[in-house]
Design a protein around this ligand. Sequence first.
Ligand code: AHR
Length: 351
Amino acid sequence: MRTNNKRLQVFALTFFLVAVVFFLIFIVHIQRSGENGNKGKGEESREQLILGFSQIGSESAWRTRNTQSIFEAAEQNGIQILFDDAQQKQENQLKAIRSFIVYQVDVIAFVPIVEYGWDNVLREAKDAGIPVIVVDRQIRADESLYAGFLGEDGLEEGRSAAQFLLDKYQEETKPVLIFEMSGTKNSSVVRERASGFREKITGFPKFQIIHSVDGDFLRSRGKEIGERLIQSSIDSDTFKNDGLYYNGRKIDVVYSHNDSMTLGLLDSLENYEIDPSGTTIISVDAEQKSIDALVEGKIDCVVECNPNLGPTLMELVKLVAEGKEIPRFTYNSGKVFTQNDDFSLYAPRGY
Ligand code: AHR
């Protein structure tokens, strides 16, 4: 009886020890599979980086080319893109960036539609250890929250537009009346294109900006603005078919912050059979259609804003993904096209 009890005790003890060993093996296995699960993203990202990219929309040919350039370069560099089109809404961009954080992408890039309101979401990305690159437009936020900026120098673009005027109207003694069509309200590029332009003409009182209107970078808005100007001059008894008027004053210069609005304005002039050569027109972007209009004598100056940011962006993405620092500002370079150029030297624009 006693021997049987002893056997039973030995059996129970052995069973207990075997159970403990199995339990420990099970725990280690769980931990390992947990580690592997976390590593999954890391391993994948080592093989193929994942870039979360929030674009603002497709308001212009420039924007469409900008998106294409980023996709093409990502493919060439073996980088996978998680893409979101914000449809011109900051709230959609904030949602997209948050979803990139949840997905644990390797790098986030975004084109900020407006300058303000990014600090919180950038802090969330930083806490998650995901570097962020700001593309095309700048932001007003704590600089430690993002890795760097890649895009245009809007101040320089504004200055170039003004320089064309300073040269063209060098000998002019009468006032030169300027009508400005600006792009999306509260975007950095609008502020910069406006202030670079003003900075240059300040000190030359003959240049007077008589009105500035928000055209949201859209061709439809440019057309609407043109039609409103033409309609109100037609309604006044002083109407002359020789150009554009604002409150009865002849507009000498239209400074348009992008080609889409400029082309819309030209549509309105064409509809009313008004000769555009009666007005000096300056535009920004240099898409093919506006260069064609310059060659046809409908536009006087086009300041290039290069949308082909993809290749440089991918280089920056690879650097930040490796934990390296990138320059705070990387600017694309742009040319200025004018009526004085040798048009035969123009290469196709590609957008
Ligand atoms: O931010 C760049 C500007 O946005 C381009 O000039 C314009 O065409 C676009 O919509």
